[in-house]
Ligand binder design. Structure first.
Ligand code: ATP
Length: 277
């Protein structure tokens, strides 16, 4: 058993991970302090979701350790993983609800699956969770009858149903209108506090995550590029960090997936240009 600092709920130590030949995460060292909201940011495809999959034990590190409360997630068998995962809540990207179940039953699902609670206790707990996301009154509605922002909040209530110690959010703001986005961001902060949990927020939404995060990791191509409080990153002069924060299209970050130059695809490279133009 490896010991992690008592301030931390979770640590990644020297983690490498790849799909096939391709290394997707490189030598990641990250600490997630108890009680904090930590944002993991970076461009599309840089490996953010993969980090969550490693923490949840859905993938195993090729090198290094993922330590959750002193337990190394990597070597766990499926029974042990199941026990650890009970302490983790995961709100998946576009976290879909069961469309044939009411709002109430969607939230009750995990409780019915994982506990032996009586129906009346279950009822109280579900209503408490729905109340926490402001949707107690919507308990009998079906997913098709609620807005996208409300659905996201139901998914949130479902994620916290088992009082997780760690809550992971994969792009929780994707596709939300500005009002729902603000509500969701506030909820993430409030719920973290109310549950005494630690939250990981995977996102590329700068203003919302900077408003609620205590600490930010900035990943570029699967490696840690910068880290610090939102204020520290906001003051960064690093060109890649600046490009990301300021939303510039030109800069060290490539907008294009690597490929042949545009001119080559259009048959306009220097060696052929003379003949064609
Ligand atoms: N099952 C898989 N098999 C092979 N490659 C994969 C697989 N899943 C992801 N990848 C690749 O791994 C890299 C990291 O993916 P990941 O989903 O972690 O990125 P991300 O930062 O979360 O991106 P986004 O913000 O677009 O969701 C990407 O280049 C992706 O193409």
């Amino acid at each position: 058993m490896s010991h992690i600092h008592s301030d931390n709920l979770l640590e990644l130590r020297g983690v490498d991970f790849g799909y096939g030949e391709r290394l997707v995460l490189k030598n990641l060292n990250m600490c997630f302090k108890r009680g904090q909201v930590v944002a993991v940011m970076g461009g599309s495809g840089c490996g953010k979701t993969t980090i969550l999959r490693l923490i949840g034990g859905l993938e195993r590190a090729r090198r290094g350790q993922v330590l959750f409360e002193d337990t190394d997630i990597g070597p766990l068998n499926s029974t042990e993983l199941y026990a650890v995962r009970r302490k983790m809540g995961m709100l998946f990207q576009f976290g879909a609800l069961f469309t044939d179940m009411s709002v109430f039953d969607n939230v009750a699902f995990a409780l019915r699956e994982h506990t032996q609670l009586s129906e009346s206790m279950l009822q109280d707990l579900v209503l408490m969770k729905l109340n926490a996301v402001g949707l107690r009154g919507a308990r009998d509605l079906m997913p098709a009858e609620i807005s996208g922002g409300m659905a996201r909040r139901v998914a949130l209530a479902r994620t916290i149903a088992l009082d997780p110690t760690l809550i992971m959010y994969d792009e929780p703001f994707a596709g939300l209108d500005p009002i729902s986005l603000g509500i969701t961001a506030n909820l993430i902060r409030t719920l973290n506090q109310a549950l005494g949990a630690t939250s990981i927020l995977v996102t590329h939404d700068v203003p919302e995550s900077f408003a609620i995060a205590d600490y930010v990791y900035f990943i570029v191509n699967g490696a840690l590029h910068a880290e610090g409080s939102p204020q520290q990153l906001q003051a960064s002069t690093d060109p890649t960090v600046r490009q990301f924060l300021d939303g510039e299209t030109e800069g060290p970050f490539s907008f294009h997936y690597p490929g042949a130059p545009l001119a080559a695809d259009f048959g306009l490279m220097a060696d052929t240009a003379g003949a064609r133009l």
